[in-house]
Write a protein that binds this ligand. Structure first.
Ligand SMILES: *Cc1c(COP(=O)(O)O)cnc(C)c1O
Length: 227
């Protein structure tokens, strides 16, 4: 059995190796440690090992952990789950980036609540590049219209794109979806407009880095399995 700090170090090493292999600067790729369902104590252990950026999927769970860990002042939270509009209030006080905006309606609601809270909120547009029955993510064909609608949202900053490929695929198959997201970004104005590409999880983050990921979301390889 390896320890959490060892697993974290191993993920970091593999990220760095993948970046170097494809001629990228390893500092361009940030690790989002996905801590959903794992206790605050595990997050603290990862924090003590140097990790600062964490991803959570459930609004109330994020709120609870952010409160429990509020002594960790430079911890940074990304929301990576499906965000219901009535749950925005739970994530707004602590979240640095909402990775899963997938409709104009959600963007408008986030914008309104961010304005009331007196803050500017960074967001990613989640795209369903697989175009399967998966519930979350906009269709690639809707992306341009939603990107434009962000221009009317004075309290949101669109930072890039995010995708979750269909489950149960091998890394070499998910690579096609990562490449598709990178191409979509080019068609929407490229990296200068949309610097962030969030893609890749425990089993395929190296392929994602090779296809241009700037954020990889890794849970199991760091924290172990979830029941
Ligand atoms: C759970 C989750 C992850 C992490 O998945 P692992 O396979 O445990 O690394 C990444 N992204 C999203 C959106 C998730 O829900």
């Amino acid at each position: 059995m390896t320890s959490l700090p060892e697993r974290l170090a191993s993920v970091r090493q593999r990220m760095s190796d993948a970046a170097v292999r494809c001629g990228r600067d390893p500092r361009e790729v940030k690790l989002v440690a996905v801590s959903k369902t794992h206790p605050a104590g595990a997050i603290r252990e990862a924090y003590d090992a140097g990790q600062r950026l964490f991803g959570e999927n459930y609004a109330q769970e994020l709120r609870g952990k952010a409160e429990e860990l509020r002594d960790l002042q430079d911890i940074e939270w990304h929301f990576i789950g499906h965000l219901q509009r009535n749950k925005i209030k739970y994530v707004l006080p602590s979240v640095a980036l909402v990775e899963t905006v997938d409709s104009m309606r959600l963007a408008e609601e986030l914008d309104g609540q961010a304005r009331k809270a007196g803050r500017v909120l960074d967001c990613l547009l989640q795209v369903n590049v697989g175009q399967e029955e998966q519930k979350s993510g906009c269709e690639p064909g809707q992306a341009l219209q939603i990107v434009r609608s962000f221009e009317e949202c004075a309290n949101l900053r669109l930072r890039g794109l995010m995708t979750i490929p269909p489950f149960d695929l091998e890394a070499d198959q998910t690579r096609l979806f990562f490449a598709a997201l990178a191409r979509l970004r080019e068609s929407l104005g490229g990296a200068s407009l949309l610097p962030a590409l969030s893609m890749g999880m425990s089993h395929d983050f190296e392929a994602a880095i090779e296809e241009g990921a700037t954020l990889v979301r890794v849970g199991t390889a760091i924290f172990g399995g979830r029941d």
